[in-house]
Design a protein. Structure first.
Ligand SMILES: NC(=O)C1=CN([C@@H]2O[C@H](COP(=O)(O)OP(=O)(O)OC[C@H]3O[C@@H](n4cnc5c(N)ncnc54)[C@H](O)[C@@H]3O)[C@@H](O)[C@H]2O)C=CC1
Ligand SMILES: Nc1nc(O)c(N)c(N[C@@H]2O[C@H](COP(=O)(O)O)[C@@H](O)[C@H]2O)n1
Length: 266
């Protein structure tokens, strides 16, 4: 398949599955959510000691970058930033379309402002004008954090969104997802792609069971075996409320190179 056809296929797949995304089953006060990650055939999203691994092949990576380009925001937890130092921008696009490419707004869930000042999300926009400075969402426990100060991050270009009200955070200071999403909607985010990592994926699934906050789940399954040392997307997720397992609905599959991409309602 030529590269042009790979981009076309990614676009067509998103058009096909976004019928799920666009069904009006979402809560109007929060952005529409696409929950997405790549996993090995044995359900791991990273390797031993949480080491980052390249699971997606080129074709499914093109899809991931297309998804980034069609969302207002892209969200990860600070664990992913510390571990992977991701860029979270759109680097794979059809040649000739660069003028139309919009990078999503990077959003980092970071209860205690642990984000490294020299991470790519903060340094990249200095040299790459198309990249956006990150929004960093912290809780009230950030006050007592010994590490990062809000003014330093803001001087560097980041926007710190502090969830100060006690009802917006757990007693540990971790911001509650629903309140965070409501705040992001007020700041203009109509749809957000949530890229992980494990704790954030689990939090979205937990919350979804209560309030249906996820519109579409997109999982790339790569023909790779990581083994028992790897980190699973849902290793610490215990399904409460008598659920033995969560059965996905409206399931669709497509092959991208050697990978299978599954899209469904959660
Ligand atoms: N294969 C894939 O698609 C991906 C794999 N990963 C992998 O995931 C691992 C990182 O995952 P984790 O360590 O679990 O970190 P994480 O990225 O899920 O971040 C967790 C942190 O987010 C913060 N946070 C703030 N509010 C939160 C909330 N409401 N819910 C949950 N977290 C909140 C907390 O400080 C928490 O420690 C890395 O190994 C990385 O390589 C990450 C993204 C995608
Ligand atoms: N789609 C996908 N496939 C993989 O194999 C992956 N390891 C990931 N990981 C996610 O992508 C982030 C890296 O993004 P940049 O390439 O730096 O823009 C990483 O942090 C994970 O969120 N995704």
């Amino acid at each position: 398949m030529t590269n042009v056809n790979k981009y076309l296929k990614a676009k067509e797949f998103w058009s096909r599955i976004s019928y799920i995304h666009n069904t009006d089953n979402s809560l109007p006060e929060i952005p529409k959510i696409t929950l997405t990650f790549a996993q090995s055939i044995d359900g791991k999203i990273s390797g031993k000691n949480s080491s980052q691994i390249l699971l997606s092949g080129q074709d499914s990576m093109i899809l991931t970058h297309h998804l980034r380009s069609v969302h207002d925001g892209i969200m990860v937890g600070v664990g992913t930033v510390i571990n992977d130092n991701p860029k979270l921008n759109v680097r794979l696009f059809e040649p000739g379309t660069e003028k139309n490419i919009q990078n999503p707004q990077p959003i980092v869930l970071d209860s205690k402002l642990r984000i490294p000042e020299n991470c790519a999300l903060i340094t990249l926009p200095k040299t790459n004008k198309l990249s956006k400075y990150p929004w960093i969402v912290c809780g009230h426990a950030a006050d007592t954090s010994k590490i990062k100060e809000e003014p330093i991050l803001e001087e560097l270009g980041a926007t710190v969104i502090k969830m100060e009200k006690p009802e917006c955070c757990l007693s540990t200071g971790r911001p509650l997802i629903k309140h965070v999403l409501n705040e992001l909607k007020k700041r203009g985010m109509d749809n957000i792609m949530v890229e992980g990592g494990s704790n954030v994926i689990q939090e979205f699934i937990r919350k979804h069971i209560e309030e249906r906050i996820v519109n579409v789940l997109v999982v790339t399954i790569a023909p790779v075996i990581v083994g028992g040392d790897g980190l699973g997307a849902t290793d610490s997720l215990s399904l409460k409320g008598g659920l033995n397992c969560l059965k996905l609905k409206n399931v669709d599959y497509e092959r991208f190179g050697d990978d299978i991409v599954m899209a469904s309602e959660l």
